[in-house]
Design a protein around this ligand. Sequence first.
Ligand code: ATR
Length: 260
Amino acid sequence: MLKFAVIGHPVAHSLSPAIHSANFRALGIDATYEAFDFAPEALSSGVARLVLEGYAGFNVTVPHKQAMINLVTLDESAARYLAVNTVKVGSGGMMRGYNTDVAGFLDDLEANGFDVRGKQVLVMGAGGAGSAVARGCLEAGALDVTIANRTPRDGMLPLGSDLCRKIAENVDLVVNATSVGLRPDDPSPIEAKFSAKQVVYDLAPVKWTTAIVKAARESGAKALTGHGMLVRQAARAFEIWTGKKADVAAMFEAVKEFEV
Ligand code: ATR
């Protein structure tokens, strides 16, 4: 039997065990997928224990994606985005780190009929997720990517500014990569009137409809949520671990009840 896990802090809310278990069931693979809460100071000892106990791979979530860089050898994707969300444990316990988040995000856009090539993009939030997604859009051929942040630095646009609102109303794709929306009664990170030709992508894989998703839908824009990215990064992680194609439909079925 193969053993997999997700490590984070906190991690109890993670949908990854449900997503991966659904895929194992659909493919008839004898494997388990557990969630482990490792505090930052226990990260390296926790990871060493997973290797000793024979885990074949694990996912890494907040707040460990950056710290993990120092504990594994990096594949090109992890080196590029300076964040590890997937680790494969090889023979002799050698760990290799990958980043499937950005590819998962781009896969999901593509699966929803949005070709980022030549498009104008606004990414709100310049933390780990925002920076990686902004870079991913540029590398995938976006015409331009504007980054807006609550705390602007290095030429970033201030998130609440009039210019930011104007850009949000005119670009092809608006991405929310801020932490605003992670709590059920959060407002939208931006007051903007979207239009039907826009796509609004809220990266937060939460169990409620966020204010920005609601606003996007009310204006006729296409709204995508973090569940799509979560499923597709999981599919890529599974493919790295096993060399097999994931059953993406079964994975989506596992988060369907949260897709509002
Ligand atoms: P992640 O790994 O999810 O990207 P992170 O690196 O902690 O998480 O980044 C959080 C992002 O949300 C940052 O862009 C942060 O803005 P600051 O750089 O100004 O801190 C943004 N953020 C957090 N709380 C916010 C709030 N109340 N309003 C607007 N932006 C917020």
